[in-house]
Design a protein around this ligand. Structure first.
Ligand SMILES: [Zn+2]
Length: 163
């Protein structure tokens, strides 16, 4: 960081943006709290024609399933909607397919089928049956830039509860 002093703030975080989360993380459209997403993830997932627009800042992912907005940055006022990203966002309405693992393109349905139809009981079984998390590049492929482990676990739980 080039300007350490101005980046420091009251709560002793060295990066000011982590302090301002409270005011800056609300989606400009639906006002829902977003989840922070790294620049590299956003750059990789918006349509190629829009990559330059992304700039060098981090973004938030709108977590509201009804809202059309995917990534937004309230400071630069740049936002990208569902049509402007390459992959369906799994928790958004009408997401099709609903990926649980974006790296290996394994859907929530495949995970649930592995549990309900093929008798998978846990993460290990599911990974073996579906091939999920085989080639993990979550920072680039998952819309949150995080490991899809939790999404797969949720799908397993869903499948188990259907049994
Ligand atoms: Zn929103």
């Amino acid at each position: 960081m080039t300007n350490e002093i101005s980046n420091k703030c009251c709560c002793r975080n060295t990066i000011a943006s982590t302090c301002k989360i409270e005011e800056n993380n609300l989606c400009p459209i639906c006002k829902t709290t977003g989840a922070k997403v790294k620049n590299i993830t956003v750059k990789h997932l918006v349509l190629e024609t829009l990559t330059e627009l992304v700039g060098d800042t981090d973004y938030y992912l709108c977590m509201d399933e009804e809202c059309d907005i995917v990534y937004y940055n309230t400071e630069s006022n740049i936002k990208f909607n569902k049509q402007q990203v390459k992959v369906p966002i799994w928790f958004k309405k009408d997401a099709n397919p609903k990926y649980a693992c974006y790296c290996s393109k394994v859907t929530e349905e495949q995970v649930m089928n592995a549990v309900v139809k093929d008798g998978a009981k846990n993460m290990k079984d599911v990974l073996k049956l579906t091939g999920a998390m085989k080639n993990p590049q979550c920072q680039k492929n998952n819309p949150l830039g995080k490991c899809c482990h939790q999404i797969i676990q949720d799908a397993i739980d869903k499948g188990l509860s259907m049994k």
